[in-house]
Design a protein around this ligand. Sequence first.
Ligand SMILES: Nc1ncnc2c1ncn2[C@@H]1O[C@H](COP(=O)(O)OP(=O)(O)O)[C@@H](O)[C@H]1O
Ligand SMILES: Nc1ccn([C@@H]2O[C@H](COP(=O)(O)OP(=O)(O)O)[C@@H](O)[C@H]2O)c(=O)n1
Length: 222
Amino acid sequence: MSRSSTVVAIDGPAGSGKSSVARAVARELGFRFLDTGAAYRAIAWLVLERGGSTDDEPTVIAALEGLDVDVTVDAAGQRVTIAGHDVTEPIRTERISAAVSGVARVQAVRAAVNERFRAIIRDAEPGIVAEGRDITTVVAPDADVRVLLTADEAVRIRRRFGDVGGDHQQVGARLTARDAADSTVSDFMTAADGVTVVDSTDLTFDETVEAIVRLVTEESHD
Ligand SMILES: Nc1ncnc2c1ncn2[C@@H]1O[C@H](COP(=O)(O)OP(=O)(O)O)[C@@H](O)[C@H]1O
Ligand SMILES: Nc1ccn([C@@H]2O[C@H](COP(=O)(O)OP(=O)(O)O)[C@@H](O)[C@H]2O)c(=O)n1
């Protein structure tokens, strides 16, 4: 693909820091930002809102009909709307986290959202940081910088617990179950060829951001 903008792709398991770190990297570089998981979450929200279950594939596919999801690509604050209705906050709840893997396993959904993501990435100026489970492998395998962002499971659970609170054990069980379900769809636990692993287990948030910014800077000097 010939393009003048820089594409940074980040994948990895839940709680590794993908969305918060990717957003901060985009801000620091003055790039656009795309959280692909938001689209899957918005579809899960729509299915539940209509009283359906994301375990039922025909119901999920029906939600694709006339689907009007808009994900802004602004690192200052991504908003997600569905038919003009702002769902930015409601899609972050544990209720949606528990339901979203059912949406992610439907290939018709993946094909539809990936087409949209590729168009967003292609049009982004002067660059974009895109994150999500299959970004380095399926959506943007030709990205300039590809990172598998990871961290030990106990650390990821602690981070997620810090965000959502509630019962620590339950948060941990849900995170583990979601990673297991998502792993059947895409491999985000091992780095594909050409993908750099950034293990944030012992890094602070700022150190993690800096490690990825450095990779981008080094790449642009090659
Ligand atoms: N290296 C890090 N050190 C400490 N906290 C981090 C680090 N990376 C991310 N976090 C925090 O962990 C939480 C989960 O990160 P998030 O971006 O939601 O992960 P993901 O998108 O991979 O699920 C957030 O509160 C984030 O600020
Ligand atoms: N590129 C992507 C992004 C998300 N997803 C799905 O969408 C869900 C929510 O993604 P997310 O990025 O908000 O998840 P977190 O790791 O931030 O909790 C994931 O659990 C996957 O089921 C996917 O399948 N492929």
